[in-house]
Design a protein around this ligand. Structure first.
Ligand SMILES: [Zn+2]
Length: 156
């Protein structure tokens, strides 16, 4: 219960509003290939997999700061909430601030990806780890990206 209260406070105090990682394209052409908190043989899925053609421009879901950069991933901090983007074919930001909707890279299938998609994870209080966990993601502070971003997506 305390945890849910903490989430509610974080959401109301987070810099908003949020946008989809595809910006003005919204959810057009996007489908979910693996849901947030899906249980798999590898563990619980920490984010949501959004199917989109490789090379699709991706944007920051809210204003924030770049806190981690990888070859095919990046993590932003938006107050108490962190967003992580994986499998990018190109990362276009460096350390510093980003605006909501600012372009941050291009989608791809790099890393441990089966087909072109964006793995998007949101977490309260800590940067998201990649991929899967041994515990239910809600127990570890992960948030449902579709719920936070207010996007309804078709499933594939
Ligand atoms: Zn994923």
């Amino acid at each position: 219960m305390m945890f849910l209260v903490a989430i509610a406070i974080a959401l109301t105090s987070a810099p908003g509003p949020w946008t989809t990682p595809f910006g003005s394209q919204g959810a057009w052409g996007v489908a979910v290939s693996r849901d947030f908190a899906a249980r798999t043989p590898r563990g619980w899925h920490t984010g949501i997999d959004l199917v989109t053609p490789c090379g699709t421009p991706l944007v920051a879901v809210a204003a924030g700061e770049v806190v981690a950069l990888g070859r095919d991933s990046l993590t932003l901090r938006h107050g108490e909430i962190y967003s992580r983007y994986d499998h990018l074919s190109l990362v276009e930001v460096r350390r510093g601030s980003v605006a909501r909707g600012q372009r941050i890279g291009l989608s791809g299938r790099h890393g441990d990806a089966d087909g072109c998609h964006l793995h998007l994870a949101l977490r309260l209080g800590l940067p998201p780890e990649v991929g899967y966990t041994g515990e239910h993601p809600l127990e570890l502070g992960y948030l449902s990206p579709a719920s936070v971003l207010g996007i309804a997506l078709p499933h594939r």
